[in-house]
Design a binder for this molecule. Structure first.
Ligand code: FAD
Length: 504
């Protein structure tokens, strides 16, 4: 690659969630520069049509595009998500919530969980969840927008959306088209590369036309038309840690009040999701095909869902992992074309957002260098690996031994980066952090604690107050959380009053 490549035209291949998010964000980013952006999608091929649970970073993404929470909730038939409830994961019959928020009120010296542990070791054990407003709201199925000026940490929680993926892509498309993105609906039949540089040169469309560009963004989904099929970039397969490689998805009619959390219900060979929207409910079974066949997986899914089924379950196969390089030559892969772990913890769209953010940072002006490409790939690899570790943690910590999947997970060796974190926490509650983590300390705490991992000792700094004072303060924290939950409206009332679906 020559060391400075100038970009006057960008071609985005694919019009799923990742393609239209990329088009919306890049058309805004390059508004002041003369960069032409074209998106090619094929209505004949269609999109994957799943991907409806998000994490709070999505809200920051659309806010940068000038959209408000209410705009997006209304336009995408969305409900609010305060976190994920994990049922039967730690043991059969267990349940805990991973909230998008914090637990209790720490001090400058040390985190709340150390004080909690000190109190617990003194015989005053109160569930950690009682100190999390996010967990308590989710458990009670209540919702209100968080205060923009919280008076204390006890008022802090965050939230995300469960949305209709097709409606969200439509919204992104509206933004992109309004910013001047050119749309071509055609199937790409061939991709040609430059015989000297190996760069992507032209796409041949089924209309017979060809399309060239300086930079190509591959958002073609699992096909990975440019990055893998054309450039043969290679893939890291992580299925020794993430055994689920298949999924079935089905929509049902709404049968009860929408819950403000995703449900992940562990099964013998995987887990079942429930994602409520305003107009329907999304359900799916993610499973390890070496332990259950597709028919058994389907009957397990249908047995475990409520509401009238709206269509035959759709089937997906995937290899958990990531592309060796997300940016190869003049092609950057965003979305499923660059990798996929599995849907637990709703990280795929979040990785789309971070990829787009990195593309914008890589182009303060309309050119790039090989150093920028290397940096992009290093950061992408780190982000994927951090998410991978967080997901593996859920499987590794299970105490279930009632099926081959869970027995395997208990015994499996885990990446060094994860075992260092786990050991540090087990030893004295230290929360090791690495650069480029999407999930912060309170998320890790929620999972450790939800699976019953309790540190051997707490930080000595948690001795910095009298035990009686600490216990009084902890009682105050609990009551403050409970008061706020009592005042919040139900999630259903919140949706009815604030953001009923309205098509644009
Ligand atoms: P796609 O939606 O597949 O889009 C690919 C696009 O490329 C389409 O427009 C297609 O027409 C086009 N295309 C392909 N080939 C050609 C061609 N030859 N010519 C022209 N156009 C072409 N993510 C989350 O964040 N949360 C979740 O809850 C979640 N759940 C999931 C559950 C399952 C079972 C799976 C498999 C994934 C889930 N994901 C989830 C991931 C999420 O679905 C994707 O990250 C998201 O939809 C983005 O997909 P995409 O745009 O990369 O690909």
């Amino acid at each position: 690659m020559k060391n400075k490549t100038t970009i006057n035209s960008i071609v985005i291949v694919g019009g799923g969630t990742s393609g239209w998010m990329t088009a919306a964000a890049l058309s805004q980013h390059f508004k002041q520069q003369q960069v032409a952006i074209t998106l090619v999608e094929s209505s004949e091929i269609g999109t994957i049509g799943v991907g409806e649970a998000t994490i709070p970073t999505l809200r920051r993404f659309y806010q940068k595009l000038g959209l408000t929470d209410t705009d997006v909730l209304k336009a995408t038939c969305a409900t609010c998500k305060l976190g994920i409830e994990f049922k039967d994961w730690a043991t059969k019959g267990s349940s805990f919530i991973h909230p998008f928020g914090i637990f209790g009120q720490g001090t400058k010296e040390t985190g709340f969980h150390h004080y909690w542990l000190r109190a617990a070791q003194a015989g005053k054990e109160v569930p950690l969840a009682n100190y999390s407003l996010g967990v308590q709201l989710a458990a009670e199925n209540k919702f209100a927008f968080p205060s923009s000026k919280p008076a204390s940490q006890l008022e802090i929680y965050d939230w995300a959306l469960h949305f209709d993926a097709a409606l969200f892509a439509k919204l992104m498309k509206q933004v992109a088209l309004a910013n001047g993105v050119k749309l071509i609906d055609a199937k790409i039949n061939a991709v040609d590369t430059n015989s000297v540089t190996g760069d992507i040169a032209t796409l041949t469309l089924d209309s017979g036309n060809s399309l060239g560009g300086d930079l190509f963004i591959d958002c073609s989904g699992f096909r990975s038309l440019l990055l893998q099929q054309t450039l043969n970039t290679g893939y890291q397969d992580w299925s020794q840690w993430l055994l689920c490689d298949s999924a079935l998805a089905v929509q049902t009619q709404v049968s009860d009040d929408p819950i403000a959390r995703t449900i992940s219900h562990a099964q013998q060979a995987g887990w079942i999701w429930k994602i409520p929207l305003q107009h329907r409910c999304g359900n799916g079974h993610v499973y390890a095909s070496q332990f259950i066949d597709d028919d058994q997986a389907k009957s397990c899914l249908l047995k475990n869902i409520d509401g009238q089924v709206l269509h035959e379950p759709r089937s997906f196969k995937f290899t958990p992992g990531r592309a060796n390089k997300a940016w190869n030559k003049n092609c950057i892969a965003v979305g499923l074309s660059s990798g996929f772990l599995e849907p637990l913890e709703s990280t795929s769209i979040a990785l789309v957002e971070t990829a787009i953010e990195k593309i914008c940072l890589s182009f303060p002006k309309n050119h790039f260098t090989s150093q920028i490409v290397t940096r992009f790939n290093d950061v992408t690899a780190a982000e994927y690996e951090r998410v991978r570790d967080f997901i593996i943690l859920h499987y590794k910590l299970t105490s279930r031994d009632d099926s081959p999947l869970w027995r395997y997970c208990q015994q499996m060796s885990i990446p060094e980066s994860l075992s260092r974190k786990l050991e540090a926490y087990r030893h004295d509650g230290t929360m090791l952090t690495y650069p480029w983590e999407i999930f912060g300390k309170d998320s890790w705490l929620a999972i450790y604690h939800g699976f019953g991992v309790i540190p051997d000792k707490y930080a000595s700094k948690a001795e910095n107050m009298e035990l009686s004072y600490l216990l009084k303060h902890m009682a105050y924290m609990q009551s403050r959380v409970a008061e706020q939950v009592a005042q919040a409206p139900s999630h259903k009332v919140f949706l009815n009053q604030t953001c009923q679906f309205s098509s644009q």
